[in-house]
Design a binder for this molecule. Structure first.
Ligand SMILES: Cc1ncc(COP(=O)(O)O)c(C=O)c1O
Length: 411
């Protein structure tokens, strides 16, 4: 099977509305194969009932579909048990769950929370909130312009005062993979007065692109979104080690997450339901399960190979175009298919809209990483991000049109 074979499974590319479209904004959201939309439709067509509530067969079937999906997510990230998987709406909600439920309860005055300079706002704002509320300090790990965080930096800044280390596995701007395993191992030895800091991994950009194994990484928490990994929007997951989930209070309260309620108080349901208040997104979970099956079918060897080949081709092509500057690492294999760039004297928004008139979709803006933009001294940048269904022909077209952008601006 090659890129063209897989591409046939994506009705999006066949749609009259998208004929000829070069979709290079996969870091924002991926497209979905037909099996994913079919799984969602099938749930609503044949098995729709409120899961976890009814005692009739249909509701039991809906519950089975939902729980089977949870087990699939657990296996996908190599969790020890499916009760360590909490369904959320997306990576943002997963990170907020950890901040509200763990951070707000286990971080105190004088403690430190360590994040990196390349975080997405979803992995900054929740920690700013915790630090402000608890009089803790937010510590930033700096990186070079190549996106690399030097070992000396994390060895210096992760200390006995560190309660939490929360970092992107893959940066949505540089595409670089951070050395999470090494950082986690150090944080577990050094943080929290030697008892170990908690390590939170933002897997939004890693889970779709290579095998993420929470146990070998040493992650205590891992957040990701379904929609960047072929799944539906509105379903994501949080992996969390059971020992933490057991000690953490619920994030949201209401139906479904209780064991018993009196006028005064409540006791909570077993894991993972304690963290899933209200009616769940079972249709989304069914779609996510289909997405993970499909990713397994494609295989991460193929995904990584295509990411790297296209990144190499695009970066080499960009280097031939005067006035185009690639942000981040020189090595295309360290980009996870994400190439962020600028063009001299052309605003990134203009680059994106000119390419859009050529039927090419790329991202432009601050990529929800304003502190990184400030550090790099740019207001915004353009970003092309590829996935396994993108082709060299698309990359050629992109490079050709990119080479004309300054000319179109009269430069
Ligand atoms: C690194 C990273 N973290 C978190 C997010 C947030 O993902 P979502 O909007 O699906 O919650 C994104 C989305 O672009 C991301 O790239």
């Amino acid at each position: 099977m090659d890129t063209y074979d897989f591409r046939k499974d994506f009705p999006f590319f066949e749609s009259e509305l998208n004929k000829g479209l070069v979709y290079f904004d996969n870091a924002a959201t991926s497209q979905r194969p037909l099996c994913v939309s079919e799984a969602v439709a099938d749930f609503y067509k044949n098995s729709n009932a409120n899961p976890l509530r009814g005692l009739y067969d249909l509701s039991v079937r809906a519950t089975d579909i939902y729980e089977t999906s949870r087990a699939k997510v657990a296996e996908f990230v190599n969790a020890e048990s499916s009760s360590e998987i909490i369904f959320t709406r997306n990576a943002t909600e997963s990170l907020n769950l950890v901040a509200y439920s763990y951070g707000m309860n286990y971080v105190g005055e004088g403690d430190e929370i360590v994040i990196t300079a390349m975080e997405h706002h979803s992995n900054i704002l929740p920690w700013q909130m915790v630090c402000k509320a608890k009089k803790a300090r937010l510590v930033w790990l700096e990186c070079g312009t190549d996106g690399v965080i030097p070992e000396s930096e994390w060895k210096k800044k992760i200390t006995a005062r560190t309660k939490i280390v929360s970092l992107a596995h893959v940066s949505n701007v540089f595409g670089i993979t951070n050395p999470v395993k090494e950082i986690a191992s150090f944080a577990h030895k050094t943080g929290n007065g030697g008892k170990g800091a908690v390590v939170v991994v933002d897997g939004a950009q890693s889970v779709p692109h290579f095998k993420v194994d929470v146990r070998s990484l040493g992650a205590d928490f891992l957040a990701f979104s379904g929609h960047k990994a072929l799944g539906p929007m509105g379903i994501g997951a949080l992996y969390a080690k059971k020992e933490f989930l057991e000690q953490m209070p619920p994030f949201l309260r209401g139906g479904e997450m209780i064991e018993y309620v009196t006028r005064e108080d409540a006791t909570y349901a077993e894991l993972p339901h304690k963290f899933e208040a209200g009616t769940v997104n079972a249709g989304g979970a069914a779609g996510l399960a289909a997405a993970l099956d499909y990713l397994n079918k494609v295989g991460f060897d193929f995904i990584e190979k295509n990411d790297n080949e296209l990144a190499l081709f695009i970066m080499n092509g960009m280097k031939q175009i005067p006035h185009v500057h690639i942000i981040g690492n020189e090595d295309p294999a360290r980009h996870s298919g994400i190439i962020t760039f600028t063009v001299d004297d052309v605003h990134p928004h203009d680059i994106a809209s000119m390419l859009s008139s050529e039927n090419i979709a790329i991202r432009a803006g601050h990529h929800c990483a304003q502190p990184l933009m400030q550090k790099l001294g740019v207001g915004s940048t353009a970003r092309a991000s590829v996935y396994f269904y993108n082709t060299k022909t698309e990359a050629e077209l992109f490079l050709d049109r990119l080479s004309k952008v300054r000319g179109w601006m009269g430069l």
